[in-house]
Design a protein around this ligand. Structure first.
Ligand SMILES: [Cu+2]
Length: 481
């Protein structure tokens, strides 16, 4: 039996059979007690759980039954590292199997598959709107709709908002290399261990993944915040699953291109150790899985109805089941070419930091935009908000950022900031880094000869919330394959 995952917009809805069964299954799982591996709250806690926050919002009853295996099974989600994509693929597989098993037991389709929210499909004018099945108060002739029972921000469509002045894109789909060198961007993130919040986001995870979380979750000001804003609440929202299904599909599409090199080294394939990835099956048994099982042709690889619409991967490149490139292109080593020498506190008021540019890069800067790419790193970011947003404007030294033009500003999203800041977490409180391509800005600022400094101007957008600190700002350059 093959479960074929389909675009919600192509299911013939609203309230196609697939969506009706999704809603019924969510309603059923919500009736199960927290210590049952197939319960809604148990499944969400595998991603991340804030026990006190869940009690405060009555997501859990007072004195809930805590499963014995809580330490091993909860708070597993892998972010800001190279296990982000395979961990979430295994997570979706477990979720889909549990829902599908119950749906089949109720006389529903035996091959029910999780649908996806294809928000970047330019053939669909309504692609960015939250699908109506997640908004309607009732379904099925008057039953309360479990899919709309979630705390969210005010936005009903994806796109720039006051608190996040940037748009989602398919830019990551053009990254050719899965695992990034330090200081540079790749598709799947840098090398990492078992890390609920690792160090730096890969391209797919950064945009669209993090952006969609924050756009749906809303800004920092309301209390409680939208669940999607916080990794310790996010998977409680039924929308989380159709969002992640699309993220997973973007990866599936990306792997079909022969120009892209999927990571297949042993440390990636085997996953972290000693703590390993563990998921429940439909019978509530817990099983370990490793990333190699998520690759095309393996047991946890998904099937999609289409890998072209809204993926940024041309049809010519995506024929048949994905292949893993045997001779991956490799980029040259990355080099640090600019760095500041102060840590910063970032609030809603712009703060400036000067970056000293080293001598070596000035000779190569004429070639920037040719076979080289330049990356801005905002490193070691910490803060008490669940997620944070920072605008960074780059200018010549002493220049007024107000004159810089909109293309000189990059918006960076730090999803899971508080988790990455907590010294009690597995991450040890070292914060998050965000890496963004600034080749165009750098070309403009550095092309006319000697450049020994640049200014970075940082501020949180409106509604940014608690202040953030930044350990370091740096600029890296990389030769492209
Ligand atoms: Cu996510």
């Amino acid at each position: 039996m093959t479960r074929t995952r389909t675009d919600i917009a192509k299911l013939g809805g609203p309230w196609s059979e697939t969506m009706v069964w999704y809603a019924r299954a969510v309603g059923e799982l919500r009736t199960r007690a927290f210590d049952q591996p197939t319960a809604w709250t148990y499944l969400a806690a595998i991603h991340g759980v804030d026990f006190q926050g869940w009690l405060n919002q009555n997501i859990l009853p007072p004195n809930p039954p805590i499963p014995q295996e809580a330490r091993r099974i909860f708070n597993q989600c892998q972010h800001a590292g190279w296990f982000f994509l395979p961990w979430h693929r295994g997570y979706l597989h477990a979720f889909e199997a549990i829902l599908g098993d119950w749906i089949a037991s109720q006389g529903g389709p035996g091959d029910w598959a999780l649908p996806y929210w294809n928000y970047l499909n330019t053939n669909d004018p309504n692609a960015r709107d939250i699908p109506s099945e997640f908004v309607d108060a009732t379904f099925d002739g008057g039953t309360t709709n479990p899919l709309s029972q979630a705390t969210r921000g005010p936005a009903t469509t994806l796109g720039p908002q006051a608190w996040i002045p940037v748009d989602i894109s398919l830019n990551a789909q053009t990254e050719t290399i899965y695992t990034s060198d330090p200081g540079t961007l790749g598709y799947g993130g840098p090398i990492s261990g078992f890390a609920q919040q690792g160090n730096a986001f890969g391209g797919n995870e950064s945009d669209p993944h993090n952006l969609v979380h924050v756009m749906v979750g809303g800004d920092n000001s309301p209390s409680p915040q939208g669940w999607m804003f916080d990794p310790n609440f996010a998977a409680l929202d039924p929308l989380f699953w159709v969002h992640h299904c699309n993220i997973d599909r973007l990866w599936a599409a990306w792997m079909t291109s022969a120009a892209h090199s999927q990571e297949t080294s042993r440390p990636w394939r085997n996953g972290p150790f000693p703590r390993q990835f563990t998921m429940p099956d439909a019978n509530g048994n817990l099983n370990v899985f490793i990333p190699s099982e998520t690759l095309p042709g393996e047991a946890l690889a998904p099937t999609y109805d289409d890998l072209v619409d809204g993926t940024g991967i041309p049809p010519a490149a995506s024929g048949g089941p994905a292949m893993v490139s045997a001779a991956p292109p490799t980029a040259g080593p990355s080099r640090l070419i600019g760095v500041n020498d102060q840590s910063l506190t970032v609030t809603g008021t712009q703060v400036r930091s000067r970056l000293a540019m080293s001598a070596a890069p000035t000779q190569t800067l004429g070639a920037v935009g040719g076979q080289q790419r330049v990356f801005l790193n905002v490193e070691g970011v910490k803060g008490q908000s669940a997620s944070g947003v920072v605008n960074v404007t780059l200018t010549a030294p002493g220049a007024d950022p107000g004159d810089a033009g909109p293309e000189a500003t990059k918006t960076l999203v730090f999803f899971g900031l508080a988790n990455a800041t907590s010294v009690e977490g597995p991450h040890g409180g070292s914060g998050l880094s965000q890496i963004v391509d600034i080749t165009e800005i750098a070309t403009r600022l550095m092309s006319d000869g000697q450049v020994d400094a640049l200014d970075a101007h940082l501020a949180q957008p409106e509604g940014g919330g608690a202040e953030l600190t930044v350990d370091r700002i740096s600029i890296y350059i990389r030769e492209e394959p």
